[in-house]
Structure formats: C-alpha cells, structure tokens
Design a protein around this ligand. Sequence first.
Ligand SMILES: N[C@@H](CCC(=O)N[C@@H](CS)C(=O)NCC(=O)O)C(=O)O
Length: 219
Amino acid sequence: MSVTAATTRTLWGVGTSRTMRAHWMLAELDLPYERKPITSRSGETLTPEYARLNPSQKIPALQEGDFVLTESAAIVNYLAATYGAAKNLCPPVQPHQRARYDQWCFFCMMELDANTLYVIRKHEDLHAIYGEAPHALQAARDGFARQTRAAVQWLTGNGGGPYVLGDNFSGADILFTTCLNGAIRRKIDLPAALHAYLQTTTARAAYQRALIANQRDLQ
Ligand SMILES: N[C@@H](CCC(=O)N[C@@H](CS)C(=O)NCC(=O)O)C(=O)O
C-alpha cells in the first residue's frame, strides 16, 4: 500500500512513555493523525476490536490505511525513515552512523526500558501482580545506574552531545528521553549530564505538543 496525503493515519494509545514516543515523532514531522486515547491497564487494550489490530494487546499502535505497526521504537523509526527527509530526521544511512543509531535504539529499548525500568515498575507499582522481589528490584536499580553512567560516557565522548548522535536530533533521542523521564517518574537519580541533556530535548516545541497529545483528554 502506498501512503498518500488522503491515507487515514491513526495512533492508538496515550498516557505512557511508550505512547509518548509515537506522538512525539508525529509532532516532529508535523503529520496529521487521529488520536485514539485508549490507556494502559484500563481494559481498553483488551477489546476484540483492538485485539484484531494488535494481537499483543498493547499500546501504542499506528495505523496508516491498512498498514498496522506496533512497538514504539519501530513506530518512531518507521515514521522517521518514511517522512523524515525534509526535517533531517531520517535514521543515518552511512554504515557506522547507522550502527551507532541502532546501538542507541537497542540500548534504550533493552538495557533501559525492558531490563531495568520495567523490572522496577513491575516490582514496585505493579507488585500486586508481579510480586515483591526486593533483590530483583535492587539489581535493576543498580543496573539502571550503571547503564546511565555508560550513556553519559558516550554522550560526552567522541561526537556526542547535545543529542546522542551529535548535532542532529533523531529518533534515538526520543527513545532515550522517554526512558530518562520514566526514570525520573520512578524517583531515580540521574547524573547531572543527563539532566542537561533532558533540558535540551524537552525544550523542543514538538515535545511540548506531544506531551499534550499524549494526555487522555486534550486540553
Ligand atoms: N515493547 C512495547 C511495549 C508496549 C507496552 O508494554 N505497552 C503497555 C503500556 S506502556 C501496554 O499497553 N500494556 C497493556 C495494558 O496495560 O493494557 C513497545 O515499546 O511498544
């Protein structure tokens, strides 16, 4: 299916760091879309209508005509690769730069999102479901601190800063920023360099617009 200006674009999901990623990239690209403000742990991802769209019954999900895409990082990268040229937001094509971009994306999704932040969320806020696990919780907190120290080294090392790939803002910054904001919500201390980084990324006009779009009820 080729996407034209007339193709209906819909984003399902609001209210979480993961839905924020998709709203933010759409805002960076100035793409029109319909919001379906369903939320997590409300039962709204479990309806037959939504399960047909996304069998994993999670948000976010992007629909463009009959093309459906899930996984927040895949949505960010699809949008950037497809519509990012005019705004210099396409993922890099030069092999080493592209590899560095992928490194940051996988680092954010695995080391920060899945391996540490979500483990912390499971055994803190969601302990009634996943159980108390003080040892796993402490290991995840220590692991997150170690990984953010590594991120600071990359960010302040060769070619890094103010964004993760240097001067160019990219989808990797959306993933990294949303993970760091998730950590702040969990009351995790961040190194000063990451607060400085967040000041730069969250000052973007598109970030501010996406914050509003990511709320259940638009202001
Ligand atoms: N790896 C997925 C994770 C998506 C995910 O776990 N979404 C949560 C909300 S943040 C969800 O929809 N959970 C199901 C529910 O709460 O009903 C992504 O990055 O998109």
